[in-house]
Design a protein. Structure first.
Length: 336
């Protein structure tokens, strides 16, 4: 059975690092400027406030987990009324790597970040709002916290295979973050994750992912969703931001991009595998979406050119909005 969420996760190549965390007490307020696109924090015990990009304060309590997506800054504090100071790079730390601030042990937080393949990062980051708050009562919050702690434990103990274990935990972290968005309806922008959350459209999406090379017609997909063609086309575009067959074309290109980055498969073989009548028609379709030809994409990927520089004129539609508008600002310190 097709599983589009697993398909997309397989493209992003997750790597996770735990940056330690924070232990604080008394009156305190620290500002961090995350240098990773996706930041995760989980409250081990106690409570504090979180303020992201000068927005409304969010109360975090024991068991809560929060995911920050392209946040320019974050403030963790005992009281939002306090003026924050920039978190120092050097501070007293416990053996477990927790940064100690203030007096006492009112709150302890473990933090980390997830790095993904730059060429596929937009697939993940565009699907989430700036802040996803998974409350302690949710299964996802408990799993995010458990996975962060396991990654920290693997790193601290230095056991054989620790890097491999961290990579597997990172994939699960991504999964639970996306499940928070799927379950809580935290998705305001059209996009692929909102599409997967739509129970009416999901059968049609499953068909597209199960056999992307097939020349799917609108009537077949609408029948799978038990809708009229016009209603299906309107609903699909409203939810995903793309017409159904355009979504399919973009998904084929994402599959082709991965093959071009990671294998020596010829362009002609890719064209046949993805259902195109000729190498020429595939190259034209690829260029419309990616902004460059398959051959040039392969050369630039091998040379390590950043994915953002390769993004084509229509690529932003897949990612919902240009990543440049949400890029993290540089700053003096990483979040705990």
């Amino acid at each position: 059975m097709a599983d589009p969420l697993s398909d997309i996760l397989a493209l992003v190549g997750a790597r996770c690092a735990v940056t330690g965390g924070l232990r604080a007490g008394g009156r305190w307020s620290l500002r961090f400027r995350p240098d990773a696109a996706v930041k995760l924090d989980a409250v081990r015990h106690g409570s504090c406030w979180l303020v992201v990009d000068d927005g409304e304060p969010v109360r975090l309590t024991a068991g809560d987990a929060v995911v920050l997506n392209h946040a320019g800054s974050m403030v963790l504090c005992s009281d939002p009324a306090l003026r924050p100071v920039d978190a120092p790079e050097t501070a007293e730390r416990t053996p477990a790597g927790l940064r100690c601030v203030g007096s006492g042990d009112d709150v302890a937080i473990i933090g980390g970040h997830v790095d993904v393949d730059p060429a596929a990062a937009g697939l993940f980051t565009s699907a989430l709002p700036t802040v996803v708050h998974a409350r302690a009562r949710s299964t996802e919050a408990a799993e995010i916290r458990r996975l962060l702690e396991r990654i920290a434990d693997e790193d601290a103990r230095g056991l054989p295979g620790a890097a491999f274990a961290a990579d597997q935990h990172a994939q699960l972290l991504l999964l639970h973050v996306l499940r928070v968005g799927l379950r809580d309806g935290a998705l305001s922008h059209p996009g692929w994750l909102r599409l997967l959350a739509d129970p009416q459209l999901r059968p049609a999406v499953n068909l597209l992912h199960a056999d992307p090379a097939r020349p799917w017609g609108l009537a077949e997909l609408a029948a799978a969703a038990r809708m009229s063609r016009s209603h299906f086309a309107h609903r699909f575009r409203e939810v995903s931001g793309l017409p159904p067959l355009t979504y399919l074309a973009h998904w084929r290109v994402r599959l082709a991009e991965r093959a071009l980055r990671t294998s020596d498969t010829t362009v002609a073989a890719l064209a046949e595998r993805l259902g195109y009548a000729s190498e020429s028609s595939f190259s034209h379709a690829f260029t419309r979406v990616a902004g460059v030809s398959p051959a040039r994409y392969r050369r630039e990927s091998a040379a390590g050119r950043p994915a953002a520089e390769r993004a084509g004129p229509t690529g932003a539609a897949w990612r919902n909005q240009p990543l440049a508008s949400r890029t993290s600002r540089p700053g003096p310190s990483r979040a705990g």
